[in-house]
Every structure is written in C-alpha cells, then in structure tokens.
Design a protein. Structure first.
Length: 94
C-alpha cells in the first residue's frame, strides 16, 4: 500500500494532537520540517510527547517522510539538492 500524499492531508485544528491518525501526524511533522527548513531542527522527544507516541514512532515517521520526499523528487533532484546544499555550506564556511 502506498503512502498518502502528506502535503494534501489537512491538519485538524479541532482535535488534540494525541488523537491524530498516523497520516495527520506525519502531515503535521512535514509542515514543521518545511517551516523550519530541515528535520534536524525538530526535537524528536518533544514531538513524541506532543503527539503522545514513542520516540521510536517519531523516528519511523521521519523515515517514512524521508522516503515520501525521495519518491516525490526523484534521484536526479535529490542529487542536485545535495550539491546545492554543499555549495551553500561551503560558501558560508569560506
């Protein structure tokens, strides 16, 4: 079974995060990543508490979101993004 398109899943504002479905939780995490710019900016333990799931589950969610993005952008785009990222980092270090 294919994962849903997490970018198209509405995030419910009328229910607690602890009651989100897995797809709603992943969609919410994806929005946080997009807002902050990178998954490294997230505190996985804090997310686990917010969604009332284990740290292990948050790591699984992040793995699925990584797969979702990889499938969405494809190998060529992924490679180009990595090169651009390294170029930006190098420019800031110089």
């Amino acid at each position: 079974m294919a994962d849903p398109d997490y970018t198209q899943i509405p995030i419910p504002e009328d229910k607690p995060r602890s009651e989100y479905t897995y797809a709603e939780r992943r969609a919410a995490i994806l929005r946080l990543i997009e807002t902050r710019g990178h998954p490294w900016s997230l505190n996985k333990s804090q997310l686990g508490r917010e969604f009332d799931v284990s740290d292990v589950q948050i790591h699984k969610d992040l793995d699925r979101l990584r797969e979702f993005y990889s499938n969405r952008i494809g190998t060529d785009s992924e490679f180009s993004s990595e090169l651009a990222y390294k170029r930006i980092i190098k420019a800031h270090l110089d």
